[in-house]
Design a protein around this ligand. Structure first.
Ligand code: IMP
Length: 198
């Protein structure tokens, strides 16, 4: 049976992610707090879900509260799934990461440039029991050059054929509707509000 809880810690240092979750859980009876102080658990998992679990469990241990964490990245088919869970460690800056990716794919044709963003979200109890997990994707292709000024990370090189635009050319609202993180977050919030034992 799922424990009933009214407080949740979100294992992130990202203020935007925190305020987004707080906003979606307004009036839900669940108070969300961020993680204070030093927090840098080793993301040693082989999958996004494992890394999200590692972060959530670490936050639960520190705060003695149920914890939510996410982990995401870019999976490129022609690179056998790289950079994957190493997306943030692939190079030192967003610009370098995007240049390296374009360089690695320089001889790959348009048809073979399929890629997806993946996001896993996990909720653990204060004891570290996995209560909920979800993994969502957003499918696209790696462009031949960067374009667009919105978003972050790999957005300028992530091309969405059905929008005829890169992710960085979408507004934040447009991105949230289709993104891996937006989809995972909506399912997580749905579970928090309706799915758990209340
Ligand atoms: P994290 O899970 O927020 O730590 O994201 C890991 C890395 O994946 C980021 O540093 C980005 O390089 C990449 N990434 C994750 N989500 C996105 C996205 O929505 N757009 C672009 N890059 C992303």
């Amino acid at each position: 049976m799922t424990e009933k809880f009214t407080e949740l810690v979100f294992a992130t240092k990202n203020k935007n992610k925190l305020s987004e979750v707080k906003k979606m859980l307004e009036n839900s009876g669940i108070e969300v707090q961020g993680i204070e102080g030093e927090f840098s658990p080793e993301e040693s998992g082989d999958t996004f879900e494992q890394n999200a679990y590692i972060k959530a469990f670490e936050a639960a241990k520190i705060t003695n509260l149920p914890a939510l964490a996410d982990d995401s990245g870019l999976v490129v088919q022609a690179l056998n799934g790289r950079p994957g869970v190493y997306s943030s460690r692939y190079e030192k800056t967003d610009e370098k990461r995007n240049n390296k990716l374009l360089q690695e794919l320089k001889d790959v044709s348009a048809e073979k440039r399929s890629a997806k963003f993946v996001c896993s979200m996990v909720i653990v109890s204060s004891e570290g029991e996995k209560l909920f997990s979800v993994t969502e994707t957003c499918e696209g292709k790696i462009a031949f050059s960067p374009s667009g000024g919105h978003g972050f990370g790999y957005d300028p090189v992530f091309y969405l054929p059905e929008k005829n635009a890169t992710m960085a050319e979408l507004t934040m609202e447009e991105k949230n509707k289709i993104s891996h993180r937006g989809k995972a977050l909506r399912k997580t919030v749905e579970w928090l509000i309706c799915g758990r034992n209340i």
